[in-house]
Design a protein around this ligand. Structure first.
Ligand code: GLU
Length: 448
């Protein structure tokens, strides 16, 4: 733990009741499947650890963990060659206690219900960490968007909205982009929902193009949030960003924008990877140049002045800051011992397994947990939803100023919790979120 001593948690304002029970059988188990890791189990472990620190009522603990509703659909889509294909699709609402379910839609071949339930749960805690009035949700379609034509993607998206129409709504469940989706998919989403409702309904989805109700600053928001939380962590540790080095795993929206914004603060990126491979330049990679190159060629490989390295080296590089900005469970108990950085800034959701967390804490690496580090995206999604509902739009400076305020406050809350209870930043982030969530759950009571 960075600048954090080990020890028992101190008292908090949350109700305390007896020892924790053994879990009832979980709603989702991957025991009998071929999946190597249940990502949802990982979230449960994180929540359990925070609940132990908070000495939380065990009944509330179970209530906190189980997703409210999981919807599964198989979407028939007509392909360009005239054939039909069925795509498994999901939408999970983990919680609507603090507000409408909020969270992206992922298009990826590896999407499973287990993964979507985990991602939906993280959204609940993420929204609470940055203290915005949302719950948590997530959607996903098992598909490879890079192998679908524009027409196929449009038909897939419209069918998804049509089949799950009754779970969405500006007051109920508000999707956004995630891995494999972006503003165009959100535009089709908004259009399909609006046509079926009979009137424009921009607040049903965020991350839309700015010409149709999207917020300025939304595209950059997740990366900007990663930059802000990394900057705050560096300040706390006394690390000078002007002389710091970094590596980034994943060079999509989050990885490339956080790298660009940190680069502007003086950080030198020596290692970068994407799905196609990894590159290295000890003198620092020109991030703007690389972004243009990737847009043009679709890969980081072959960029001027770099040499190709093994993707794994990006995680284990001797740098000050490591930004995992791709998918979950990439830092595990297998490679965590070889990680040498001072700060891990989790641009991705769930990149570190609970086993790896323990190792990283022992090594004194400060992990800025996903539910804090990448919360800039959902924060500006909230701003977009607010702007849609009031029908008035803010300037980009206004959006960025409000984002800065929210991220700095959330980082401060989590750091204070971490120092007070002598726990890792991850457990502290869950504790901050759970206290906020439980307060509302107790005030509202259980209906029925
Ligand atoms: N998919 C993003 C996330 O994981 C954004 C969610 C949103 O804006 O609702 O945080």
């Amino acid at each position: 733990m960075a600048k954090q001593a080990k020890g028992k948690g101190k008292k908090s304002g949350v109700k305390k009741v007896g020892p924790l029970p053994v879990h009832p059988r979980r709603l989702v188990s991957t025991k009998n499947t071929s999946l190597p890791i249940s990502v949802f189990d990982n979230v449960m472990k994180q929540v359990d650890e925070a609940c132990v620190q908070l000495k939380l009522d065990p009944n509330l603990q179970e209530f906190l963990k189980m997703p409210r509703r999981s919807s599964i659909a198989y979407l028939p889509v007509q392909m360009d060659d005239g054939s039909h294909r069925m795509f498994p699709a999901y939408r999970v609402q983990h919680s609507i206690a603090r507000g409408p379910a909020k969270g992206g839609i992922r298009y990826h071949p590896g999407v499973t219900l287990d993964e979507v339930q985990a991602l939906a749960s993280w959204m609940t805690f993420k929204s609470a960490v940055v203290n915005i009035p949302f719950g948590g949700g997530k959607g996903g379609i098992q598909c490879d968007p890079t192998k679908l034509s524009r027409g196929e993607l449009e038909r897939l998206t419209r069918r998804y909205v049509a089949d799950l129409m009754n779970v969405f709504g500006p007051e109920l469940d508000v999707p956004a982009p995630d891995v494999g989706t972006g503003p165009q998919v959100m535009a089709w989403f908004m259009d399909t929902y609006s046509m079926r409702e009979g009137h424009p309904s921009p607040a049903v989805v965020t991350g839309k193009p700015t010409s149709m109700g999207g917020s300025l600053g939304r595209t950059e928001a997740t990366g900007r949030g990663v930059m802000i939380s990394t900057r705050e962590a560096a300040k706390h540790l006394g690390l000078d960003l002007a002389t710091a080095t970094a590596s980034v795993q994943g060079f999509g929206n989050v990885g490339s924008i956080s790298a660009r914004l940190l680069h502007e603060l003086g950080v030198k990126f020596t290692h970068v990877s994407d799905v196609t491979g990894a590159v290295y330049n000890p003198d620092g990679i020109d991030i703007d140049g690389l972004s243009e190159y990737v847009t043009r060629t679709g890969s980081v490989l072959g960029y001027q002045g770099t040499t190709q390295i093994k993707p794994e080296e990006v995680l284990t590089a001797k740098v000050d800051i490591l930004i995992p900005a791709a998918l979950e469970s990439v830092i595990t108990d297998k490679n965590a011992r070889r990680i040498k950085c001072k700060i891990i800034a989790e641009g991705a959701n769930g990149p570190t397994t609970p086993g790896a967390d323990k190792i990283l804490n022992k090594k004194g690496i400060m992990v800025i947990p996903d539910i804090l580090c990448n919360a800039g995206g959902v924060t500006v999604s909230y701003f977009e939803w607010v702007q849609n509902r009031i029908g008035y739009f803010w300037s980009e400076d206004e959006v960025n100023r409000r984002l800065e305020e929210k991220m700095v406050a959330a980082f401060g809350d989590v750091l204070a919790m971490s120092l007070e209870h002598e726990v890792s930043m991850r457990i502290a982030a869950f504790m901050v979120a759970i206290e906020r969530l439980i307060e509302v759950v107790q005030l509202r009571g259980i209906y029925g």
